[in-house]
Design a protein around this ligand. Structure first.
Ligand code: FES
Length: 94
């Protein structure tokens, strides 16, 4: 089975390579395989969930690195994994 990888482009999209099934919020399914697909990370694409290059025109600046593992571990309740958005880090909501 082919491996799927997701890479983060600096101040740009997530690039997905390999087989994956993507469902958007309307339930539309995209079967992605073969060529790389860029998924919007800036929120400004007019072709979401896909990147259309708008991030370059709006000067999108993303967090450059993933949150360190020790920071993630400290925030996990009862050892459950949880995603942390570095843009909202420190503004916890219950
Ligand atoms: S990341 Fe490219 S348009 Fe949003």
């Amino acid at each position: 089975m082919a491996e799927t990888t997701i890479s983060v482009r600096e101040n740009g999209p997530y690039v997905v390579r390999g087989p994956v099934r993507l469902l958007d919020s309307d339930g539309v399914t995209y079967q992605l395989s073969g060529a790389a697909v860029a998924l919007c990370r800036c929120g400004a694409s007019t072709t979401k969930p896909f990147c259309d290059g708008t991030h370059s025109r709006i000067g999108f600046e993303a967090a450059e690195r993933a949150v360190a593992e020790e920071q993630r571990s400290a925030r996990r309740p009862s050892g459950r994994a949880r995603a942390i958005d570095p843009r909202t880090e420190g503004s916890e909501q219950s």
